[in-house]
Write a new protein. Structure first.
Length: 169
């Protein structure tokens, strides 16, 4: 069975990202997407848009650590030491002692695109830093361009996600 999912992503017909698909939006303005979810914006959308928004939400909160980085790895998130805004993340061995220094850190078993918003809503720089880290870890290049085709391919590849139903108890 292929790990590819053949989703036909619908372009948004409203808002500042009108014409873009949800996968595109996640790589340019995930904060806007999460704001829409929190404000119930998608509840009044057509059923297919609501379904796609739910899928993007679930997948974006459960991105799997790439297997090529090794087994038993975790995501170590860094917050700015003075204001607590999101800075970046690294993939590190679970056995590595936690970071010691001025920056606060925490660890998780999946890459969660919502992480910057967990600390401050409307953290545009935090989201840019997060995407920089994500592209560094997934594509070995923080400047990798996530155009429409690549963004949709990322969210259509089920091997990129470790959804709660897939996780071991």
């Amino acid at each position: 069975m292929s790990s590819r999912y053949a989703e036909e992503w619908l372009p948004m017909c409203f808002g500042k990202h009108k014409g873009r698909t949800l996968p595109q939006i996640m790589f340019v303005d995930a904060d806007w997407f999460y704001w829409c979810v929190e404000e119930g914006v998608f509840k009044n959308s057509q059923p297919e848009v609501r379904r796609q928004a739910r899928r993007i939400y679930d997948c974006s909160r459960s991105i799997a650590i790439p297997e090529r980085l090794g087994r038993d790895m975790v995501v170590e998130h860094y917050l700015h030491p003075y204001d607590g805004y999101y800075d970046h993340f690294n993939i590190v061995p679970r056995t590595l002692p936690p970071h010691v220094g001025e920056s606060r850190t925490y660890r998780s078993d999946v890459i969660d695109m919502h992480a910057p918003r967990e600390h401050h809503s409307m953290d545009k720089l935090g989201f840019r830093n997060f995407i920089w880290s994500l592209k560094s870890e997934f594509f070995d290049d923080p400047s990798y361009v996530m155009n429409k085709k690549r963004s949709e391919a990322f969210f259509n590849d089920l091997s990129n996600f470790r959804l709660p139903s897939d996780r071991e108890n």
